[in-house]
Each structure stands twice: as structure tokens, then as C-alpha cells.
Design a protein around this ligand. Sequence first.
Ligand code: PLP
Length: 389
Amino acid sequence: MYISARKILEEELKAIFEAGLHKVEHLLSSRQGRMTVVDGKEVLNFCTNNYLGLAGSDALVEAAKKTLDEYGFGLSSVRFICGTQQVHKDLEKKTAEFLGMEDAILYSSCMAANIGFFAGFLAEQDVILSDALNHASIIDGIRACKAERFIFEHMDMQDLERGLQQAQQKRMRCVVTDGVFSMDGDVAPLQAICDLADKYDALVVVDDSHATGFMGNNGRGTHEYAGVEGRVDVITSTYGKALGGANGGFVAGRKEIIDILRERSRTYLFSNSLAPVIAGTASFAITYIQEHPELQQQLWENTRNFREQMEAAGFKIPASAHPIVPVMIGDPHKAKSIAKAMFERGIYVVAFSYPVVPQGTDRIRVQISASHTKEDISKAVDAFVKAKQ
Ligand SMILES: *Cc1c(COP(=O)(O)O)cnc(C)c1O
């Protein structure tokens, strides 16, 4: 009977709406791109993870069509029964090579990768040490695993060291961090983390979803950017951001870890193979960005340009170099009204408030793309200046 459940849910929904916390889904009626039609209005898009501008690109659409013709739409199977095609093997190999890791394993998303990862090879005798601001999917992955957990203060290496000291009697120690944190665009101190991991015999796991494809000289990610290639044991990441923006995730890392995940990781074993069209197109995207280094150069140039102009215009922006640029506003209503005024001026940005970010740190999170032009960047800065008045 749907009687008490309806009453409870109606009340919960009412509370969410009354607190102004409900999520509005804006309707796009174009491809995802530099210019996007949002709720019927064509705007310059400054709020996607489309860092290299590949999501709506003709090049990827063409590659996808070819893959569809060759491999079909779906496999109706998991990998180990009847669901492995050459595109899946190729993408795993290409991903591992691109990142400089020994092997890689595909998942239907990075969320699925993180949820299936920890329980796939850790148990009660082990401990996971996790940054307090790690992504929700890491938190859920840790919850799905019986290992003990130690949450260290955000990027606090003394706190992490305390945790590692406490964990010396454990069988395995596993430190996990986002490579880049999505709300502030701050970059994890991987050098210091790897030093501690060496000192205390711990594994280092990095979720590099906001870095794969463009951080570091070759776009490999935060490990390349931080100069710790070969020292990070595992990278989890998504094909749903810079690498084409559709779906799919992976774990790349030491051979034995990937081998054991193929045997034990539940979100891999008990969930369908990645659709071949996504596997083939993600593979194409990796080759494409290697052949087009100008995309990364443009992304970084645009990011520097935007950060400099915004700071010169007096906006408060936390120090970082990343294309995630939080413009701090500090009041939920003001942040919302600025985002609205920006939209009216043809610039699409989104305001973030509590509980997504801590109270009092209301912000507009801008995300820069390689597809933006110099004029687009100036236009966005100009719109911020006018919208703030
Ligand atoms: C976006 C993101 C994910 C989720 O990726 P999906 O492939 O969309 O599931 C996981 N971790 C981090 C850090 C992310 O930013």
C-alpha cells in the first residue's frame, strides 16, 4: 500500500522545496558545446566538464557512428559471460598506456568504479585513509567496504601522517584522494602524499576525474602535473568529462590490483559491459587529444586569461591554476541572482550553496573550456562585472 510512504515523501519533498534546495534540470535543445541552447535560449556555456570541447564535436560524433556500425549498440551481457569485444580490450590498453599505468579495467561510470574498487581488494584487516572532501562516489565506495576508515582533514598532511602511524598494525594501508577537488579546483599535494605513503608502506589511490586528459604536460593527469608518475598506484577516473563527456569510468593501476578487480569487483562483475559505441569513441578521444595538443594549450591559456581578468576586476577567487574557477560570493541569494543575471546576458553559469558547499562559501563555479574564444572569456568577465552591480 502506498499510503504512509507517500505521506512521508511528500513532506520530505516539501521541506526540500521550501528550503530552496531542490534541483532544477534545465533543458538543452542542442549538442553540448561552446554555444548551447538552454531552456530555449542560446548561451555561452561556462558550466560543463567539457574541458577540451569534445562532447558535442563532429569528430567524436563521426567516430561514434563508425563504432556503432562495426560493433552494434549493446552486448546484453557482462564482460565475463559474453560481453568483451576488441573495443573494450583496446580502450583498457590505451587508457593504461596514456596514463602510464600497467593495466586498466572499465566500468560503466567512475561512480561505479569507485563503488566497486575498495571492496574489490580490501577487507577488515585493512585501512582506508580518505581526504575529508573526497567525492561522494569515494565515500560510497568506502562504505561498501569492510576496511577500517580514517578521514583526514582536507589536504592536511600532519593529520594523514597521524592516521598512517595509527594504522601500522594493519595488513594494507590505502590513501585515497581526489586529484582535483571539484568545488574549489584545488589540486591534491600528491608529492607529499606519495612521500608519506613510502614512509608508511601505503598504497596511493587518486580519483582524477577532473584532470584526466588535460593536467600535466601530456594531459595524463594530476600525477603528471605533480611529478609523481610511477608513484601513484591506482587512478580511477571518468570518460564522462574531458574525454568526450558521455559515460564510462575506469580503474588504472598495478597489474595485480586490476587482476583482482576482474575477479571480485561487484560493479564490474554484475553490471553490463560498457556500450561499445562509448568504448570506441572514448578510445578515439584519447588518440584525438594526443594528436591535438593545441586543445590543452588553449584550455590553459583561457584559464589563465579568465583568472587574471576576474582578479583584476576585484573578484575573490581561491588560488589555483585549474579551469574550475569558483567565484566566491558568500550569500546564497546573491549567488543565485548573479547567475540569473548572467544567464540573461547570455552566459550560462551555476550558483552553488549549502549543502553542496559549506555555509557562507556560496559561489558561482565557472568552468573554462578549450572551445572558448578570447572574446568569450572577456564577455564572461564583463557579464560578471555588470551582474554584480
Ligand atoms: C564526476 C566525478 C565522478 C563521477 O564520474 P561518472 O563517470 O560521471 O560517474 C567521480 N569522481 C569524481 C572526483 C568526479 O568529479
